[in-house]
Design a protein around this ligand. Sequence first.
Ligand SMILES: [Zn+2]
Ligand SMILES: [Zn+2]
Length: 361
Amino acid sequence: MNISFLTLTPVIGVAGTALYTWYAGFSLWMPLLLVGMYLAVGMSICAGYHRFFSHKSYEAHPAVQVFYAIFGALAAQNSILWWSSSHRVHHSYVDKDWDPYNIKRGFWWAHILWIFYRNDERDETFENAKDLLQNRIVMWQHRWHKVILIVVGFGLPTLIGAAFGDPIAGLLWGGFLRIAVIHHTTFFVNSLAHMLGKPVFNAEVSARDNWMVALLTLGEGYHSFHHRFPADFRNGIRWYQWDPAKWWIAALRGVGLAEELKTTPMPQIEQARLRAALRLVEPRIASSAHPMAAEIRQRIDKAVEHIERAVMLWRQHADERAAGVSKSWKTTQRRARRYVRQSRRQWKDAMRLLGRLPQAA
Ligand SMILES: [Zn+2]
Ligand SMILES: [Zn+2]
């Protein structure tokens, strides 16, 4: 079933849509239908299946959960329960044998082949998803997701097409082509986001940060950050980083449909960044007997020390703030920020010296 579905949808979706449109004619509503459904379904996977159900990175209103359950089913990526359970295994065992989409088995395995070997019907206990077993919307969707996929996933675009006078074009653009696009953009998170880019926040695992992958995946391309801080509702943490899923979640909060958005404290993020960068340069410094290496080491130690102070002070400021100690938390926060800046300066100096360090023979 999986193999035929995953090979036929792109053939019908790409070649079928192209051929049909060639003969029957093109209208602007066709790509608009594709984009509209891509956004609704893609967001239900990224902000719904992934950031809400799998990682609990915020609280969502039941109406939003129902939206995710219905439009997420349209992605033809199995139920919320199954998807989230597999995804949690991916996070626990990333790059190891238990990782369902282990990148160590190659691009094609992580991208699509792993699905060919999964047996959806086998009895699973969903041990790692007890919270989801309690969720009535999740359990309802687990039972009906295939029916929703067929009735809504193919029926809705056909109806919209009929309203414009061409139901087959609706079915092809909004049904088959849209499924093929969503499949492969989601799969890129498991393949490309574990190959291309930099391990900015965690040098120990294969996850990478890459803005180009983020463009293809509604923001999921900042994957190094995500693997380091999976509970954060953002993947791209800077305001300018392309992450439509985080903007969507923030907009939901704006209209009162989401709350308790989880974010990682800034110094903790900086500490992770520093540790990952350090891991990458450490061998070069360790292998050098040059006197400058000792100075570099010293500056790096300072950078590490400052960032540790900043993390501590930030925690203290959060406690003070929660306790309502009005003035002092602001001072503590300022001190934490100062330590972050000092840590950055030391690190920059260390890296400048490292650039001048003669290569070990
Ligand atoms: Zn991953
Ligand atoms: Zn994840």
